[in-house]
Design a protein around this ligand. Structure first.
Ligand code: PEP
Ligand code: MN
Length: 332
């Protein structure tokens, strides 16, 4: 299986073969661009990388095609994880819809224990919660740091859950890797290459959130940084990109989810919470995410959303989380 974001060219036996070859390629769903020789003649066609995969044999079988040339993929290790499930401690991604849920931030020991019990009852397999929080304002609550990691692990263990939590800086990789089954890279750090490489060196699986203004290709290349540094797997997490319209905070790019899953066969999950910032839209967007091909969901949930210290307005309570989980067939 291939992600086919690499460039493919076909050369022509004779210029006269051009119309027939173009028609055949269009029939295969390929967008093409004509390549011209020094005398202005058409010498070949470049296939756009954002088209459905087509094998070399299929291209060579087209009447009038002389040869097929492919540039090597810029992210061979990402391509190599196509179609694989991802082991995450007690859970796995790629076998039914995997729910990862919990509060935005780990606030107190009792809060995270209540959250863990609640998300486990709803069918989650991993507990989320930030010990290190990236906040837009320097005056906002930024997490309790290292002590919160221990609370998170103990709460997860008490409820048979795995742990996913964000790593904010290179210096914290070791302590987070000791407790977490899945290391989260926040949207704001998707292209912090030193951090990606440090996380990769831990040998753990990574949850790579898409940068708010990152192209899919940049996202895949960030995944390549992680895998080439030693990460055991990269799960891509779509969490909304910057659009022009503030009505839904961010623009949840479900086209990218379908592309990553159905064309590239990558492990992919959706975070509908940060995508919209509205708890009333989490249900519909979760269902849409799963329909588009998401292997799992990362959802913010809190035992007492009204008193959450961060992202309360988007947090689900137990009843709402249970409803969403049931609607997307979690645990089936
Ligand atoms: C989070 O999941 O806690 C978070 C900060 O999300 P993002 O990096 O997508 O903004
Ligand atoms: Mn949050």
């Amino acid at each position: 299986m291939s992600t086919q974001t690499k460039t493919t060219f076909v050369t022509l036996k004779t210029p006269a073969a051009l119309p027939g070859v173009e028609t055949a390629l269009q029939g295969l769903g390929q967008w093409t661009r004509r390549l011209h020789g020094s005398a202005g003649e058409v010498s070949g066609l470049e296939l756009a990388p954002n088209a459905p995969p087509v094998s070399r044999e299929t291209l060579l079988a087209i009447e009038g095609v002389a040869d097929v040339l492919r540039a090597p993929s810029p992210h061979p290790k990402v391509d190599g994880q196509a179609g694989h499930t991802v082991a995450l401690g007690r859970a796995a991604l790629g076998e039914g819809v995997l729910l990862m849920a919990g509060p935005c931030s780990v606030e107190t020991e009792s809060q995270i224990h209540a959250a863990a019990a609640m998300v486990a009852r709803a069918g989650a397999r991993l507990l989320r919660g930030g010990a290190f929080k990236p906040r837009t304002s320097p005056y906002a609550f930024s997490g309790h740091g290292t002590p919160a990691l221990r609370w998170l692990r103990e709460a997860a263990d008490a409820n048979g859950l795995g742990v996913v939590t964000e790593v904010l800086s290179e210096g914290d990789v070791e302590s987070v890797a000791e407790v977490a089954d899945l290391l989260q890279i926040g949207s704001r750090n998707m292209q912090n290459f030193a951090l990606l490489r440090a996380i990769g060196r831990s040998g753990k699986p990574a949850l790579l959130k898409r940068g708010m203004a990152a192209s899919v290709e940049d996202w895949l290349l960030a995944g390549e940084h992680l895998l080439s540094a030693g990460a055991s797997a990269v799960i891509f997490c779509e969490r909304g990109i910057h659009g022009f319209d503030p009505s839904t905070r961010n623009l949840l790019d479900l086209g990218a989810v379908a592309l990553l899953k159905h064309a590239f066969h990558q492990p992919v999950v959706v975070d509908p919470s940060h995508a919209t910032g509205r708890r009333d839209l989490i249900g519909p967007l979760s269902r849409a995410a799963v329909a588009a091909g998401a292997d799992g969901l990362l959802i913010e949930a809190h035992p007492d959303p009204a008193h959450a210290r961060s992202d309360g307005p988007q947090a689900l309570d137990e009843a709402a989380l249970t409803g969403v989980a049931r609607d997307v067939g979690v645990g089936k």
